[in-house]
Ligand binder design. Structure first.
Ligand code: NAP
Length: 246
């Protein structure tokens, strides 16, 4: 699969950036997404030299920009092999006080966009009969978390999508090499967890058997393994990477 073209959404920072750097080391060609080209400069500067890459921008909170994003993918990336649907947001609040606007935004970016991206991928993969799609979910989607209920629901939702799509392509295309997966990280050191107060961080750490937050590179290593020739029979699965949280 060396040279295969992979789209990574949210490749400007954190987990998405680490995945981009690792996949560039592995020889994949990349389509890097963020809201603005400028925010991809840091990622691009760290890619393996000589690696092929393109950029694509869209604010996934804006349905019109999502439309444009999907039609740009259709037009310019007919050779796409895989998608890492990673871009995501949090907005932590007690549900009793969470404004409906915030609920809509969480569902738009974390759930509706992966649905539309998967719909696009499914049509594409039904033609190419080869492909890889991974949703980046969260431990919060597995076990829940106070003040993150909508975030958790969106993450549980995308896990169900991957499981269902793996079954769906199996029924629609008898002879294929397409996989839909979920990777479900625990607490990982990124801008997203930097927003937490020291008290909350230390509370979360107490729930982690490995006694630490994970590093973005550890998630990236898992994605590289799932894309490698070592793992063609892992399909539909939700793979947890969370330091032992159960
Ligand atoms: P992060 O550091 O906050 O980075 C988020 C990425 O998503 C950025 O590249 C950002 O692009 C992009 N993004 C955010 N809102 C967007 C929007 N409206 N339109 C387009 N792109 C947008 O987050 P992270 O911690 O790496 O998280 C990555 C994924 O892993 C998320 O889905 C998150 O839910 C999941 N996750 C994270 C953790 C954790 O502990 N960090 C744990 C479990 C799961 P811009 O630069 O354009 O803003």
């Amino acid at each position: 699969m060396k040279n295969a073209k992979i789209l990574i959404t949210g490749a400007s920072r954190g987990i998405g950036q680490a995945i981009a750097l690792k996949l560039s080391q592995e020889g994949f060609s990349l389509v890097l997404h963020a809201r603005q080209d400028e925010s991809l400069i840091e990622t691009i500067s760290q890619l393996k030299e000589g690696i092929a890459y393109e950029t694509i921008t869209a604010d996934l909170a804006d349905p019109n920009q999502v439309k444009g994003f999907l039609s740009a993918l259709k037009k310019a990336h007919k050779d796409l092999y895989g998608i890492v649907s990673n871009a995501g947001i949090t907005s932590d609040k007690p549900i009793a006080y969470q404004p409906e606007k915030e609920i809509d935004l969480l569902l738009q970016v974390n759930l509706k966009v992966p649905i539309l991206l998967g719909k696009y991928a499914m049509k594409h993969f039904m033609k190419t009969k080869k492909g890889f799609f991974v949703n980046i979910s969260s431990v919060v989607g597995e076990i829940g978390n106070a003040f993150q209920s909508v975030y958790g629901a969106s993450k549980a939702g995308i896990t169900a999508l991957s499981k269902s799509w793996a079954k769906e392509i199996g029924q629609l295309v008898p002879d294929h090499e397409v996989r839909f997966l979920t990777v479900s990280p625990g607490f990982i050191e990124t801008d997203m967890t930097d927003q937490l107060t020291p008290a909350i961080k230390s509370l979360y750490k107490k729930s982690i058997p490995s006694n630490r937050f994970g590093h973005p590179g550890e998630v990236a290593n898992l994605i590289a393994f799932l894309l490698s020739e070592q793992s063609p029979y892992i399909n539909g699965s939700e793979i947890k990477i969370n330091g032992g949280i159960a």
